[in-house]
Design a protein around this ligand. Structure first.
Ligand code: ATP
Ligand code: MN
Length: 489
């Protein structure tokens, strides 16, 4: 390929070629801005070629820079661009097009770019380029995660992921919550939310042993056994009891060997924690939060959502509009069980048994939210035996102040609780559950020095993304999924 000098973008905003000579016109813009430009504007579009089509006297190129769902149509009148350059403008190639914004006669787009000059940054052999125009399966796209971001589907997913992430920070910052970066490496296996990954620098071929023959973690990097965090909640509690309202937003890791479409070994979680807040306040915040994020995406990701609605799940838009505008249902666990028992006696069959004391399985959660209420449902006050030790005991001494938010298609999207803030009750629970008391010394001390009622919850970023986009598999809403047996890229 002939070497072509690329135009560079300098801080002064003027394009130059590498010789330093000022190049034509204005700096390149995002394609989403070009769509809004007036006809006659001279501009540069840079991006990757989705398709190229030649007809008599003219070549059409669909160009994407990821800034918006729609591709920019480039029109090349035969003769304007030398053939030795145009031959490299094929699917997958990265190019810059200098040209003029003109009105588009084609349906569904306002403007197109009439090419005056084209520079090829990188050609792509179109006979081997894996990402072709024809629809690929999600499985196939996962195998080409280095090119998947250029596909329509993943491009839309990632723009929505970005918008949701921004909306999450915005929501909490607007309410005065402090952003807490909880540690990813932890030596307290306190939370017990799931199996943990070990973090170690010990030589696995030659493990140091104690005199009793156990692995000697004192010789390990941290001087004791360390793990990747499963949740930032306990640290968030520490901070809530100093800053009142805090939230974490970071990666969490669970070595759960569950090959489901809703579980990842590495996923992102948002965990607000509020002092002076009880379960009702917690529930209200969760509802307000989800509605805010959904409203934000509806306002800011219209084109992407329309794509999901057309190509992935035709209920997505209606569902989101419905959620943004209606109240969530609320039932206690006990009420939920009786709804499910009625369903069973009415002929509905579940794989897992339904009885008071049983954990709600995904099928039960989906029945409640999809069949009974047809909208998100918040279930509260679960039996203490099936929930974590730190959840506040109710006066009935049988249930705890837990809450799960269930969403149609997904099941659990949020899990949270009011925390046990009473020292004696917490200590009693730790002992009764045979938990290693010494691990919880600081967690207990928080109840000894200036305790306060407090509550919080955890939202899985990828779960809300699945809900918003209609994507069926959680592996397709995170850039590089980590699941049992797979951590490529
Ligand atoms: P589930 O029953 O679905 O496994 P959980 O009870 O283990 O969830 P929590 O410990 O309450 O979940 O975690 C809080 C939130 O984190 C969940 O509501 C969910 O949105 C998300 N989450 C939990 N585990 C995973 C996972 N393995 N992959 C992706 N998201 C997860
Ligand atoms: Mn789990």
């Amino acid at each position: 390929m002939k070497h072509i000098i690329p135009a560079l973008w300098y801080p002064d905003g003027k394009n130059r070629d590498v010789t330093g000579a000022a190049k034509l016109i204005r700096p390149g813009e995002y394609i989403r801005d070009i769509f809004k430009a007036a006809t006659g504007t001279a501009t540069t579009a840079r991006g990757w070629v989705k398709t190229r089509r030649d007809s008599k006297g003219v070549t059409f190129i669909q160009l994407s820079d990821g800034s918006t769902f729609a591709d920019l149509q480039i029109v090349v009148e035969t003769g304007t661009i030398p053939e030795n350059i145009l031959k490299d403008v094929t699917t997958g190639a990265c190019i810059a097009v200098i040209g003029e914004v003109v009105e588009s006669p084609a349906a569904g787009q306002s403007v197109e770019l009439k090419a005056r000059e084209i520079q090829v940054y990188g050609a792509a052999d179109s006979t081997t380029y894996p990402l072709q125009k024809k629809g690929h399966t999600m499985e196939f796209l996962r195998g080409i995660a280095h090119l998947r971001p250029r596909s329509n589907t993943f491009g839309a997913v990632y723009r929505v992921r970005n918008a949701i992430s921004y909306a999450i920070h915005k929501f909490y910052q607007e309410r005065g919550f402090l952003y807490l970066t909880a540690p990813l490496i932890t030596t307290s296996d306190a939370e017990g939310a799931g199996a943990m990954f070990s973090v170690s620098t010990l030589d696995m071929m030659n493990l140091p042993r104690t005199s009793e023959g156990q692995i000697d973690y004192e010789q390990d990097f941290f001087g004791k056994k360390a793990h990747l965090t499963v949740s930032g909640q306990l640290e968030a509690e520490i901070f809530a009891l100093a800053f009142s309202n805090v939230y974490t937003f970071g990666p969490t890791f669970r070595a759960e060997n569950s090959n489901t479409p809703r579980h990842l070994a590495e996923f992102w979680m948002i965990e607000p924690e509020m002092a002076f807040c009880d379960l009702d306040g917690n529930r209200q915040l969760a509802e307000e939060f989800l509605k805010y994020v959904i409203a934000y995406v509806l306002d800011n990701c219209k084109a992407d959502l329309e794509f999901f609605n057309k190509r992935i799940d035709d209920t997505v838009l209606a569902t989101l509009e419905n959620v943004a505008g209606s109240d969530f249902a609320h039932v206690t666990y006990t009420e939920a069980i009786s709804i499910l028992e009625k369903a069973v006696s009415g002929g509905k069959s579940f794989e897992f048994p339904v009885f008071w004391g049983a954990d709600l399985q995904s099928e039960h959660e989906r029945y409640l939210t999809e069949e009974t209420f047809k909208k998100p449902v918040i279930v509260t006050d679960y039996p203490k035996e099936i929930k974590a030790f730190y959840m506040r005991l109710n006066d009935d001494e049988k249930t705890v102040r837990a809450m799960d938010v269930l969403a149609p298609r997904i099941g659990e999207i949020i899990g949270g609780s009011q925390r046990e803030e009473r020292y004696d009750v917490l200590l009693d629970k730790i002992r009764k559950q045979n938990l290693p008391e010494e691990h919880y010394w600081w967690y207990l001390e928080l109840r000894k020095y200036g305790t306060a009622p407090h509550a919080g919850f955890g939202l899985g970023l990828e779960r809300i993304l699945m809900y918003v986009t209609g994507m069926k598999n959680i592996r397709d809403v995170i850039p590089f999924p980590r699941v049992p047996g797979y951590a490529d890229f």
